[in-house]
Design a protein around this ligand. Structure first.
Ligand code: GDP
Ligand code: MG
Length: 246
């Protein structure tokens, strides 16, 4: 049964992509969500991998990614783009949510995170939830108090994600309620948007569009590409048309 919120859209399948820095706890979080050791922990992986589980009548599919190296020289590496493309292909037609994984006590490098997230296009944020790992380190404060106490960067990041946040504690693997609450939040996200998942075609368009914008700038020809206005009628019509392809 879905949560009682009127926006909640019950989904028979939930597809998720784990994003974030290396060692942020992505694979551990994936294992908690799936309820089994599907992904290797503490391993410097090079490729995206997927795994799935059935819980009740719901199928959960998770794509684990190698993760970002925030200390690489800018601009965002080609490797990261390839990772994103590969993660989206693995969960076609697209994920219901990107889980932006951040250890609860880590310093948020806002500009770096933004630079990586921008690859998804401006609407990427609408499909993102900040997933805090290492919930055991939260101690006696609530997550909201913690965010307030950590300063501007973390607050801005959660705001960009529409204040969609969740805390996981990998020491409480048996606690399925932490996963059920997360899934409720994802179904709630799906219910409040015009479309329930980030369509892989959005990514493809974003790639073509940014390429085109660059070329346009160079040629001084103005912007010919996809409008990029997430709630515009054009966008919704475009998505509906694209849906027929899958
Ligand atoms: N204390 C604590 N450590 C965690 C938690 N989740 C992950 N870790 C540790 O963080 C390290 C990196 O985890 P991993 O899942 O491999 O990160 P990834 O590189 O982002 O996939 C591992 O040593 C985990 O045991 C948590 O909830 N609490
Ligand atoms: Mg990993």
């Amino acid at each position: 049964m879905c949560c009682m919120n009127r926006h909640c859209r019950e989904l028979p399948e939930i597809r998720l992509v784990l994003l974030g820095g290396r060692n942020s706890g992505k694979s551990s979080a994936g294992n908690i969500i799936l309820g089994r050791a599907a992904f290797q922990i503490d391993t410097r992986s090079m490729e995206c991998v997927w795994a799935q589980s059935e819980t009740g009548e719901k199928r959960i599919m998770v794509v684990d990614t190698p993760g970002w190296d925030y200390f690489q020289a800018e601009p965002v590496q080609q490797q990261v783009k390839q990772q994103l493309a590969s993660s989206l292909h693995l969960c076609r037609p697209g994920p219901h949510a990107f889980l932006l994984v951040i250890p609860i006590d880590s310093e948020v490098l806002l500009k770096k995170v933004e630079a990586h997230m921008e690859l998804l296009g401006s609407y990427g944020w609408d499909y993102t939830l900040v997933l805090f790992t290492c919930g055991d380190r939260l101690q006696h404060s609530t997550i909201e108090e913690h965010i307030e106490s950590r300063g501007r960067a973390l607050k801005s990041l959660t705001e960009k994600c529409g204040n969609r946040i969740h805390v996981l504690n990998s020491y409480e693997k048996q606690d399925r309620s932490q996963v059920n609450k997360l899934l409720d939040k994802i179904e709630n996200m799906a219910g409040t948007r015009s479309r329930s998942y980030y369509h892989i075609r959005l990514w493809q368009h974003e790639q073509e569009h940014t390429g085109e914008s660059k070329r346009d700038k160079e040629e001084g020809a103005g912007n010919r590409g996809f409008p990029g206005m997430r709630e515009s009628a054009t966008y919704i019509q475009w998505c509906e048309k694209e849906d027929k392809l899958f």
